[in-house]
Design a protein around this ligand. Structure first.
Ligand code: ATP
Length: 248
């Protein structure tokens, strides 16, 4: 929802730039020294085994986990802001397990809750955009969110996060527990959001799905980056070993 003020480097418009990010719980540091940036229309996948630090890294970027490092969105430093102010600066997190869906409210009420911080004049267009992205939510708009399937709840969680027209979206394992039938819908949604110029960060354990949707990847092991690059090669045993074993 901010005016776009991207930093242009090497012909790409960087929307989010993170430098030397650490994440910690109390005195225990679980993510160390991660540097990444994501351009408009681009998605980076953060891969790694259970406990590698993916969620903690996303939390440090979104401000829900304690951390340090410099984080800029549209050229403005956001790292000293609390999470709700980072959201106002254009950064939206879709947490693990659809935790931000309000089960007792209808689908439409959930979507309207996501839109509440948008100027009133922009809400209808954004609601149409969201329901166009996920037509099943338009069909089911008066259903209780708690009655939706897991895939529909994931769509609703993404819709909530889209409400304030973010410039950056962060997804924490969106395919977790979902039937493969939903993957095509998510892939289509990511393609549309890329065309809109959003910068996206995706944490995933589902490597084949990440390889389908992401433009670049970064592999974490024990909180550190062990490998990064433009495309994951599922036929390359070294790439796969890096994801699951943390080998360099
Ligand atoms: P998963 O795919 O299982 O979610 P992950 O790659 O997202 O794993 P994190 O959940 O970020 O990994 O965990 C990184 C490390 O931080 C692990 O050692 C984990 O035990 C620890 N950790 C996670 N949450 C907390 C917490 N609330 N308090 C203390 N330690 C935590």
């Amino acid at each position: 929802m901010n005016m776009m003020k991207p930093t242009v480097s090497a012909g790409r418009s960087t929307i989010i730039a993170c430098a030397n990010v650490h994440a910690r719980y109390g005195r225990i540091t679980v993510v160390s020294d991660v540097t990444l940036d994501v351009a408009a229309g681009e998605m980076i996948a953060i891969l790694g085994a259970n406990g590698a630090g993916k969620s903690s890294l996303l939390g440090a970027i979104a401000g829900t986990v304690a951390g340090s490092g410099r984080i800029e969105v549209n050229g403005q430093a956001i790292n000293s802001l609390p999470s709700h102010k980072r959201a106002v600066m254009g950064l939206s997190l879709v947490p693990e397990q659809r935790r931000n869906v309000f089960a007792a409210m209808s689908v439409k009420e959930n979507i309207d809750l996501g839109l509440r911080l948008l100027p009133i004049a922009e809400r209808e267009d954004q609601r149409d955009f969201i329901m166009g992205l996920f037509p099943i939510l338009r069909e089911r708009q008066s259903a209780g969110a708690g009655m939706l399937s897991g895939g529909e709840q994931q769509m609703l969680a993404i819709s909530l996060a889209l409400g304030r027209k973010p410039d950056v979206m962060i997804f924490d394992e969106p395919t977790q527990g979902l039937a493969p039938a939903v993957f095509d819908t998510l892939q289509h949604a990511f393609d549309v959001l890329k065309k809109r110029g959003l910068a996206m960060i995706l944490a995933e354990q589902n490597v084949p799905f990440a390889a389908r949707v992401a433009d670049r990847y970064m592999i974490l092991s024990q909180g550190s980056v062990v490998r990064e690059g433009p495309g994951l090669d599922l036929a390359n045993p070294e790439d796969i070993a890096a994801v699951f074993l943390g080998s360099k």
